[in-house]
Design a protein around this ligand. Structure first.
Ligand code: NAD
Length: 364
């Protein structure tokens, strides 16, 4: 039997709680997929800094290097705990960005999906989303402002200043544009390229390169949309979108808006695909406001397992079974606290209860 090794990084806040449910799903899918998973746990994030003095310990790097794929929980701390860690050693700067760089995970897939029968989760009126919501947001993940040079100091006038650089090369834009077009080709053949070329020179180059790549995909309709207009359109007419491709920071922000129109960030799994290795994580953060309460929605982590099986190992059937099982649980009227809407009938479950129901659905 084929065995895949998976580095499992539980992370901070709700990370360990939702990872437990992902592990249950790994175990339940093994006999269905006819494979086994060697899950290797390793510390990563804010807690790793407190326990090991670094957000990304050397042992964790080794375990990730050796693994076939990585499942990562959210990392990050609440404001008070963050203050105890020097700025340069905080988990995103010293853990998350280095991980993205190490594995060159340049393509971040963030599905924003709600089938019509679950439209009541969305804060949008049903008339606006008669067919549900089905968007694939693709975020460039290793370039732009988050990876540019940074400088902080005091200028000649004695004022504190900061300088951050937004850099993209032709090649970086080209490869993510190809990812966008290829994904659109697999779906409804519509690609929105998000930009801000009326202000940013980086977006002028972005648009030029995307246009060049478009000539290789005559079957895909390309639309350019300014990022601020995209934010409005996502709320007013999300059905206008199929695949969206965008640079790093635009993707960070718009994909949280994606979680908003679904009804919760807990519905946002993601895949961070690299040239040699990929890692999978919820799109959201560590939710310190609800950590330890057992009420987090583990769908984002369970969906990340499904993406891992599909994208890293080509186990599409197993992935589909997980999506179907998780959606069947919602379809049967169960909700976690984040999805409960006053006045709507629902059967409330906690984090572990949701995971157990997904496992039961997988086995049935
Ligand atoms: P957040 O995404 O953690 O939470 C925003 C809101 O969504 C909160 O009300 C939270 O309770 C809710 N939420 C998020 N996930 C949920 C889930 N699965 N179920 C139910 N509710 C959920 O954003 P934040 O509070 O701004 O950030 C918290 C920490 O996470 C910060 O330290 C931030 O830097 C970090 N962060 C990490 C990542 C990552 O690891 N990739 C991403 C974003 C933020």
């Amino acid at each position: 039997m084929k065995t895949y090794s998976i580095a499992v990084l539980e992370g901070d806040g709700i990370g360990p709680e939702i990872t437990r449910e992902a592990v249950k799903v790994f175990r339940a899918i093994e006999p269905i997929a006819g494979v086994s998973f060697d899950l290797r746990f390793a510390p990563f994030g804010g807690q790793a800094w407190f326990d090991h003095g670094t957000a990304f310990p050397e042992d964790t790097k080794r375990i990730c290097d050796e693994a076939d794929a990585i499942l990562k929980g959210p990392i990050g701390l609440g404001t008070e705990a963050s203050r105890q860690i020097p700025v340069d050693e905080q988990p995103e700067r010293a853990g998350l960005l280095p991980m993205r760089k190490r594995y060159n995970t340049y393509a971040n897939f963030r599905p924003v999906y709600l089938p019509p029968e679950l439209c009541h989760f969305s804060p949008l009126r049903k008339e606006r989303i008669p067919d549900g919501i089905d968007i694939m947001m693709i975020r460039e993940l290793v370039g732009g402002l988050y990876f540019g040079e940074k400088e902080r100091g005091v200028n000649g006038a004695g004022e504190r200043y900061v300088k951050e650089t937004l850099e993209y090369t032709d090649a970086q834009i080209r490869r993510i544009a190809h990812v966008g077009f290829q994904e659109a080709r697999r779906r409804r053949k519509l690609l929105h390229s998000v930009h801000k070329s009326n202000v940013l020179l980086s977006s002028v180059l972005w648009n030029e390169v995307v246009e060049e790549v478009a000539t290789e995909y005559p079957d895909v309709r390309l639309e350019h949309i300014i990022v601020d207009a995209a934010a409005t359109a996502l709320v007013l007419r999300p059905q206008a979108f199929d695949v969206m491709v965008m640079e790093n920071m635009f993707g960070d922000i718009l994909s949280d808006l994606g979680g908003g129109i679904l009804g919760s960030l807990g519905l946002m799994p993601s895949a961070c695909v690299g040239t040699e290795k990929s890692y999978y994580e919820p799109s959201h953060g560590s939710a310190p406001d609800i950590a330890g309460k057992g009420i987090a929605n583990p769908y984002s982590m369970i969906g990340s397992v499904a993406l891992l099986l599909e994208k890293s190992f080509g186990l599409d059937d197993a992935g589909r079974r997980i999506w179907d099982a998780a959606r069947a649980v919602f379809g049967a009227g169960y909700v976690t606290a984040d999805l409960a809407v006053p006045g709507q009938q629902a059967k409330m479950v906690d984090t572990a209860g949701f995971g157990d129901l997904v496992v039961a659905a997988l086995k049935s």
